[in-house]
Design a protein around this ligand. Structure first.
Ligand code: NDP
Ligand code: 8X3
Length: 250
C-alpha cells in the first residue's frame, strides 16, 4: 500500500525538494506551509506523480495545527511519515543586541511548532505501532557559533527532542531521526537577514549543499528496511568543515 508523508515547510527549500523526491517514489503527500499560492504551485507540480493534499497553517498556532490535522480527508488521514522541517533562523546578532521578536520566532517555530505538529500526529502512530518521524535539525544543533545563540539553542532543542522521542516511542516501533545539515542554499538566508543583500553573500565562493541533497538523504532514511533506523545524520558540503570553517574561493 502507498505510504503517506506529511511535510511541514513544503513551500520552499528543503521541504519542497523533499516533496518532489518523495513524489518520484510514489509516496502520497500532505504539504504544509503558510503561503497558499506557493502551496498551490507545488501541488500542481507534484500531482503529475502522486496524490497531494494541502494544509495551510502556521506551526506556531496550536489550535490551527490541531484543526488542520483533524481536517484531513479519509484518504490522507493515515500519516506514515512525518517530516518536521518548517523553521528558519531570524537574525544573526550578538546576544546583547538580539531582538525579542526574532527569539520568539525561532523558539515558537523551530521548537514549539515542531512539538505541536508532532503531538497532533504521534497518537495515530502509537496506536498503529508504526511510523517514521524525521526532524530537520542543523549543524547548529551540534555546535554553537558566534551570533548563532538562539537559533543554535532552538536546533540543540530539536536534537534533544528527537532523542527523547526516539526513547519514548521505542516501545511502539516508531522510527525517529534527526537530519542535521550545514549550509544549504535555500531561502533560509533571505529569511535570516530579512531579505537584506547580506543574504546574497552567504552561498558565494563555494558550492553549498542544495536542498535536493537533503531530500536524497531523507528518502534514503525512509527507504531502509523495517529493522534499520538512520537515527542521526550530520551533513556538510565538501567546502564546510564546521560552522565556522568554510573554504571559499574568492
Ligand atoms: P526556507 O526558508 O527555504 O524554507 C522554510 C520553510 O519553513 C518554508 O516552507 C516556510 O513556509 C516554512 N515555515 C517557516 N515558518 C513557518 C511557520 N511559522 N509555520 C509554517 N511553516 C513555516 O529554508 P530551508 O529549506 O533552508 O529550511 C528548512 C529547515 O531546514 C529549517 O528547519 C531550517 O532551520 C533547516 N536548516 C536549514 C539549513 C540551511 O542552511 N538552509 C541548514 C540546516 C538546517 P511558509 O513561509 O510558506 O510558511
Ligand atoms: C543552518 C545552517 O550554519 O546557518 O541551520 O546555522 S547555519
Amino acid at each position: 500500500m502507498k505510504r503517506t508523508a506529511l511535510i511541514t515547510g513544503a513551500t520552499s527549500g528543503i521541504g519542497r525538494a523533499t516533496a518532489h523526491e518523495l513524489a518520484k517514489h510514489n509516496i502520497k503527500l500532505i504539504i504544509c506551509g503558510r503561503r497558499q499560492e506557493r502551496l498551490n504551485t507545488v501541488k500542481e507540480a507534484l500531482e503529475k506523480r502522486t496524490e497531494v493534499h494541502i494544509l495551510n497553517f502556521d506551526v506556531r498556532d496550536k489550535n490551527a495545527v490541531v484543526s488542520a490535522i483533524e481536517s484531513l480527508p479519509d484518504d490522507f488521514k493515515k500519516i506514515d511519515i512525518l517530516i518536521n522541517n518548517a523553521g528558519n533562523a531570524h537574525g544573526l546578532d550578538p546576544i546583547q543586541e538580539g531582538s525579542l521578536d526574532d527569539w520568539d520566532a525561532m523558539i515558537d517555530i523551530n521548537v514549539k511548532g515542531l512539538l505541536y505538529v508532532s503531538k497532533a500526529v504521534i497518537p495515530q502512530m502509537t496506536e498503529r505501532e508504526s511510523g517514521h518521524i524525521i526532524n530537520i535539525g542543523s549543524s547548529a544543533g551540534k555546535e554553537v557559533y558566534p551570533k548563532g545563540n538562539v537559533y543554535c539553542a532552538s536546533k540543540h532543542a530539536v536534537v534533544a527532542v528527537t532523542e527523547g522521542m526516539r526513547m519514548d516511542l521505542n516501545p511502539y516501533g516508531i522510527k525517529v531521526a534527526a537530519i542535521n545539515p550545514g549550509l544549504v542554499e535555500t531561502e533560509f538566508s533571505q529569511v535570516r537577514f530579512k531579505g537584506e543583500t547580506l543574504a546574497d553573500n552567504v552561498y558565494k565562493g563555494y558550492k553549498a549543499l542544495q536542498p535536493e541533497d537533503i531530500a536524497d538523504v531523507i528518502y534514503f532514511a525512509i527507504s531502509r528496511p523495517k529493522h534499520v533506523n538512520i537515527a542521526d545524520v550530520l551533513m556538510f558540503c565538501t567546502a564546510q568543515a564546521s560552522s565556522t570553517i568554510v573554504k571559499k574561493e574568492i
